[in-house]
Design a protein. Structure first.
Length: 234
């Protein structure tokens, strides 16, 4: 099979137009949950939410979300229990705040692949965007993946739905490519299901790629070369 030469994807990078700083992500939480957060000064609320989320992710990724208590979080953040309860009423609410932010950002960044791109370039856009997004929000995605088994039902359903959404975006691009004759795929859904874990490997086993000095761009390029060899038009 002759492999096509790599073509740089056109269109904006999916993460280029998004502010993914911790404070900006905390501001998203405040915007969604402002009715229940009992701190009225936006700048104070945003700064403290950033600290709470940062410590939650660090603590949960270290000891497990199920084992983490709000008293542990109080010590980690340096905030009193009363101060924490000004932002959420339970550990489950805090969890939904974090997962809701991940789902929202995934949809904004990846939910609308550029329709003007041909399917192979659109798939490259999606793969590169997913890798860049998970790199920018590494603790968030590591948390959502590694701790999912201990989530209560509503949170687990939210995490699963977000994963299914991404897989569905991949499947749609693959189906378009198959219809256009760009891809040779026997089972689009299965191919998408196989590709999704390869994307997750970037953040689940991040230390492995760090030791090998693999950059996000190099990983995206290698993954697309592998996928192209598997499904590219022969």
């Amino acid at each position: 099979m002759t492999q096509p030469k790599p073509v740089p994807p056109r269109g904006d990078a999916p993460t280029a137009r998004l502010d993914l700083s911790l404070e900006a992500l905390a501001a998203r939480i405040l915007a969604r949950h402002g009715d229940t957060i009992r701190v009225k000064k936006a700048h104070v609320a945003t700064q403290r939410l950033a600290r709470i989320v940062d410590c939650t992710l660090a603590l949960a990724n270290r000891v497990g979300f199920h084992s983490m208590s709000l008293r542990d979080l109080s010590k980690e953040t340096g905030l009193s229990m009363g101060a924490l309860y000004a932002y959420f009423d339970s550990k489950e609410t805090l969890l939904l705040m974090v997962l809701g932010t991940v789902s929202e950002v995934v949809e904004e960044a990846l939910g609308h692949p550029p329709a003007e791109l041909p399917p192979p370039e659109r798939l490259r856009w999606l793969v590169a965007g997913h890798v860049a997004l998970t790199e920018a929000m590494l603790p968030w995605f590591t948390f959502a993946y590694m701790q999912a088994k201990s989530f209560p039902p509503e949170a687990r359903a939210l995490a699963v739905a977000s994963e299914q959404r991404t897989e569905g975006l991949i499947a749609q691009v693959l189906a378009d490519g198959k219809a256009a004759g760009d891809f040779e795929i026997a089972d689009v859904e299965m191919t998408a299901a196989l590709l999704k874990p390869m994307l997750q490997d970037w953040y689940v086993k991040r230390s492995k790629y760090r030791r090998r000095k693999v950059s996000p761009g190099a990983y995206s390029q290698a993954l697309m070369a592998f996928v192209g060899a598997a499904i590219g038009k022969r």
